[in-house]
Design a protein around this ligand. Structure first.
Ligand SMILES: Nc1nc2c(c(=O)[nH]1)N[C@H]1C(S)=C(S)[C@@H](COP(=O)(O)OP(=O)(O)OC[C@H]3O[C@@H](n4cnc5c(=O)[nH]c(N)nc54)[C@H](O)[C@@H]3O)O[C@H]1N2
Ligand SMILES: Nc1nc2c(c(=O)[nH]1)N[C@H]1C(S)=C(S)[C@@H](COP(=O)(O)OP(=O)(O)OC[C@H]3O[C@@H](n4cnc5c(=O)[nH]c(N)nc54)[C@H](O)[C@@H]3O)O[C@H]1N2
Ligand code: SF4
Ligand SMILES: [Mo]
Length: 724
């Protein structure tokens, strides 16, 4: 039997609509959905190649247990039973914090995974929760918290109407956009220029986005805060700020003016390498643009929160916030901000880490300390780790330290599609369903959509082999451990709304409640025109919701006085670190390493998909002057060293990176025990083997990934490696 089913892709934040052909329970083709409410027929190669993930012969389809160093197939009953006994024993002996959880990026694309993992950790009560956020965007959330009063109250660039877009530390032409849901973002960028608007990119590499822009300026990695504060300096010194807007909505304008006084364009030019005249001009252009915004994620350096905060402050001071074409608040099916406030996830610094006394951001502690939390003796030491939809051995700093630390755990469990590099060090590997095997609705991006919409999808094919959705795995585990999983705060919140719940509530019933008590919900009033999950489900290509509103700032601010706070004690304190020369480092490591993404890959996975792995994309890109200096030619193998590790990679000599900077994608290094044939044929090397977990942005705990000091030299014989 041949069926055509509509669904959507859950690899990246674009959520493109898909049309999937299913023949006798197998996915045989994936095409774009031309009728999808936002993507309208746009799709990338990753989405259309996903059949090669669902039916990958190397996928893990049965629970596995490590016995004498080798994986052995076991039953679900045995796996859940044994894990529950071990976790309970650890909890009883050492308390809740002895169980750690790492939740990776793909979990964010599954509503039921999010609810279940949250319920599981709430029930255990461990402070030790980690995730992709400290490598990704926690500093952006923290900046929103400090300025607007709530972590998830993050505005998005109004790409469809803006006349000026300053992109700092993002590469939407390849990433398809982050912290904003805007499928086919390349077309949106092109349209800005067709409308007569302007795009300016600041990036240490002439990125694919820079190539589409009107202007690109090289900026030294990790120095964005200097430049953004200097732009604020120019605007406030020249009286270009939006006075009426600030008078109505902000406090601390004069204090900010005083704070940024020392960040002159000349100081910033010396730090960033961007000429002072350019900084002045960009400040004037942004301030003068009718509808524009500063956008990006320049947060993976040593001053991540300061950079994120200054970027937001630019939109505030120029009055671009909450204005058409500016930096706007989107609203969707679910009130992400309200829910996070009500479940207590919005509090600043709810928990503190044992190592380093770091504050969490939205529940996450810095991944950089995870190995030390496992190996450092004492009360509260992590003795069991559950990793779900993550590959921290490749994606977090000093992955080798984590791999080694995992050996000392009493119990480690990985829930994944594959025998990942992290799974290689685990005791149990539990097979999860891929996104085409599960129902879903995009909730994480509910208030980040440029064109707000809702979409419900049923599974397109049944679970492959014995794979289970994570929801079910956590429910089984909670049951076996005797944990009251459904007593989590999320469920409490929902219970208050609807009083009729039992223990065996399927996740879609919870979701229905979130929808019905959400901003667009029907509140169970039969004659209401509001929404329920069933009403959303009646729109197979997605259901449009009311478009973005502007002029709603008063509703959106969550600070106690309903004002934007342009001074904040944590920011003021951290600014003390931002002194000229702060980025100067150890002369033994003269180059700065930055990351790079590729349209064929997604973080550390999809590297076993034959259709995507057709061209090499893992070379270290290096400026000709730097290459010449160390005698390396295009195609040579070089050794990259940092204070914590070294790797060997093939070099591509190109002036697309600025002198002094080398660029390498993360998520590679598929050597070691794995059954993934395509990935291990082109393993690449792991970027994060070079990164020191102890080096981080102190306010957000975000890892210092971009701009990390390294040295590059010609490898031993300078020989040529296989292409990769
Ligand atoms: N140096 C450096 N490091 C980085 C970054 C960088 O720019 N530079 N970027 C960081 C960012 S932004 C992120 S988000 C992180 C990502 O880092 P992680 O969150 O650790 O995620 P991935 O490396 O993408 O690994 C995802 C794993 O989940 C598995 N998987 C895929 N789909 C599913 C599913 O549906 N269920 C389950 N259970 N498993 C699934 C995959 O097989 C893979 O093993 O990497 C970060 N690390
Ligand atoms: N194809 C593909 N798409 C993806 C992913 C993927 O791995 N592959 N990952 C997804 C994920 S998890 C995320 S979080 C998003 C990320 O989405 P983006 O943030 O848009 O993508 P990045 O590639 O991280 O872009 C960072 C850009 O900043 C530049 N850069 C590095 N250091 C600095 C610096 O110090 N200052 C400045 N100004 N620029 C700097 C880099 O050269 C790069 O061009 O992409 C998502 N989409
Ligand atoms: S851009 Fe590609 S990976 Fe991202 S959602 Fe669309 S099809 Fe999937
Ligand atoms: Mo990410």
């Amino acid at each position: 039997m041949v069926e055509e089913k509509t669904t959507y892709c859950r690899i990246c934040e674009a959520y493109c609509g898909l049309r999937v052909t299913v023949e006798d329970g197998r996915v045989t083709a994936i095409a774009p959905d031309p009728e999808h409410v936002t993507s309208r027929g746009y799709v990338c190669r990753k989405g259309t190649s996903f059949d090669q993930v669902v039916h990958d012969p190397d996928r893990v389809l049965h629970p596995l247990k490590k016995v004498d160093g080798a994986w052995q197939r076991i039953s679900w009953e045995q796996a859940i039973g044994e894990i529950a006994v071990k976790l309970n024993a650890i909890r009883l002996r050492h308390g809740p914090h002895a169980i750690g959880l790492y939740m990776g990026n793909p979990a964010g694309y599954s509503y039921s995974h999010l609810l279940a993992a949250r319920g599981f950790t709430d029930a255990i009560g461990s402070r030790n929760t980690y995730g992709a956020g400290s490598q990704d965007n926690l500093a952006c959330f923290l900046a929103a918290k400090l300025l607007y009063g709530a972590h998830f109250q993050l505005p998005i660039p109004d790409l469809d109407r803006c006349a000026y877009l300053l992109i700092v530390g993002a590469n939407p032409a390849v990433s398809h956009g982050t912290l904003v849901n805007a499928p086919n973002v390349r077309e949106k960028l092109r349209a800005i220029r067709r409308r007569g608007g302007k795009i300016v990119v600041l990036d240490p590499r002439r990125s694919e986005t820079a190539a589409m822009a009107d202007e690109h300026h090289f900026i030294r990695p990790g120095t964005d805060a200097f430049l953004l504060l200097a732009m604020l300096h120019v605007i406030l010194a020249e009286g270009l700020e939006a006075r009426d807007f600030l008078a109505a909505h902000a406090t601390g304008v004069d204090a900010l003016r005083a704070t940024v006084a020392r960040f002159t364009p000349v100081v910033a030019a010396a730090e960033t390498g961007v000429p002072a005249e350019t900084i002045v001009r960009l400040a004037r252009e942004l301030a003068g643009a009718k509808g524009g915004s500063a956008y990006g994620r320049p947060v993976c350096g040593p001053f991540g929160t300061l950079a994120a905060w200054a970027l937001e402050a630019l939109n505030v001071v120029t009055g671009k916030l909450d204005a058409p074409g500016g930096s706007v608040f989107s609203e969707g099916l679910i009130d992400t901000v309200g829910v996070s406030v009500q479940i207590g996830a919005d509090q600043r610094g709810r928990k503190r880490s044992r190592i380093g006394d770091h504050k969490d951001v939205v529940g996450e502690l810095p991944s950089g300390i995870l190995p030390d939390e496992i190996t450092t003796p004492g009360d509260g030491r992590i003795r069991a780790l559950v990793v779900t939809a993550g590959n921290p051995v490749l994606s977090t700093p000093n992955g080798e330290a984590l791999a080694a630390a995992m050996q000392s755990l009493e119990c480690s469990v990985v829930i994944d599609l594959y025998q990942s590099e992290t799974a290689a060090h685990a005791d149990y590997l539990l097979p999860a369903t891929s996104f085409l095997e599960r129902e879903d609705l995009p909730i994480l991006h509910a208030n980040l959509m440029l064109t707000p919409y809702a979409q419900w999808t049923e599974p397109v094919v049944p679970p492959q082999g014995e794979a289970k959705p994570e929801w079910e795995i956590f429910a089984l585990l909670s049951d076996a451990m005797g944990l009251p999983m459904l007593d989590s705060r999320v469920v409490d919140l929902l219970r208050r709304g609807a009083r009729f719940f039992g223990r065996d509530l399927p996740p879609r019933a919870l979701l229905d409640l979130l929808v019905r008590f959400g901003p667009a919900g029907d509140r169970f009033v039969p004659w209401s025109s509001g929404l329920s999950l069933a009403k959303v489900a009646a729109h197979p290509h997605g259901m449009p919701l009311p478009p973005i509103r502007t002029g709603i700032l008063a509703e959106k601010l969550r600070t106690a006085d309903r004002k934007i706070h342009l001074v904040d004690p944590e920011i003021a304190g951290d600014l003390e670190r931002l002194r000229p020369g702060a980025g100067a480092g150890d002369p033994r490591y003269p180059l700065r390493l930055i990351g790079r993404r590729d349209t064929r890959s997604n973080n550390s996975w999809l590297h076993n998909v034959p259709r995507l792995m057709d061209e090499p994309c893992t070379r270290l890109r290096m400026h000709p002057a730097d290459a010449q200096g160390i005698g390396v030619a295009d195609g040579d193998v070089a050794r990259v060293r940092s204070r914590v590790g070294e790797i060997e990679v093939q070099v591509r000599v190109t002036d697309e990176v600025m002198p002094g900077v080398v660029s390498l994608p993360h998520g590679w290094g598929h050597a070691g025990p794995t059954n993934r044939r395509v990935a291990s044929a082109r393993p690449g090397a792991s970027y994060n083997a070079l990164i020191d977990g102890g080096a981080m942005d102190p306010l957000s705990g975000m890892s210092f990934l971009n701009g990390f000091p390294v040295a590059v030299e010609r490898a031993g014989d300078g020989g040529r490696a296989a292409p990769g």
